[in-house]
Design a protein around this ligand. Sequence first.
Ligand SMILES: [Zn+2]
Ligand SMILES: [Zn+2]
Length: 280
Amino acid sequence: MEITFWGTRGSIPSPGSHTLEFGGNTTCVEVLLDSGRRVVIDGGTGFRLLGQKLEKLGGPCQFHFLLTHGHWDHLLGIPFFDPIYAPDTEILVDGWPPAFQAMTRVFDSHMGDGFFPVAFDHLKARIDYINRLAQGYLEVDGVRIDSIRLNHPQGGLGFRFREGRHSMVFLTDNELGAIHGNRMSEFIEFVQGCDLLIHDAQYRPEDFPERRGWGHSSFDEVLALATQAGVRNLILTHHDPSRSDVEVQEIVEEARQMASAQGGPQFIDAAREGTCYSLT
Ligand SMILES: [Zn+2]
Ligand SMILES: [Zn+2]
């Protein structure tokens, strides 16, 4: 599978000269399976850029769309995803069940003048909610996708993809040290031995305790998870909107130093908008 980051930022888009390297768009990740089928995770503002690419590719646009949860930074790109206005587009939605309703509310929220975005029922694309993950697992072209409940206000789901010998885990908006919810041991079991872990690292350790309960992790907690689960490759994402490129790079350097001292992942980086990783 190939994993491409179209949005890497948390909470709100943060364009500017200080975010050029890691990106200012909010969460959207494209997973291209070996079969050629696409699975897209979340519709943050990066989703608009993916729509432009898919239109250039031509042909009918068909993909699975997994929603981690219903917060706006994970949905705001959907009205600007051009293929959603094309009648030959087919989108199969799964993920955190309340997030599908949240997705429709992006169109039917009656914000603004009531005419834009258009009503959800007026979209030309065929959009079906398949709701498999809440009842077990989802299989797409022989790739098994499992889910785990996130520690995040109002809940959410993270995903593990298994394709042949390879596996990738995507956990964003997840507070590993939360007082309630899943414990670290449950996340270790879910992540165990995956080739690539992509995890929310919005905070630094010193951001706690003030931000305890906000539903995000600090990079040292993520490193502890990756190390204990035997993960080889770690990518930190959902960068804080106030964090500059220089500050994100500092987090990466600190995580790498900690990993080399503790026997952690061999490869650590921060998610960069437009970057593609291949698991083959
Ligand atoms: Zn978020
Ligand atoms: Zn959130």
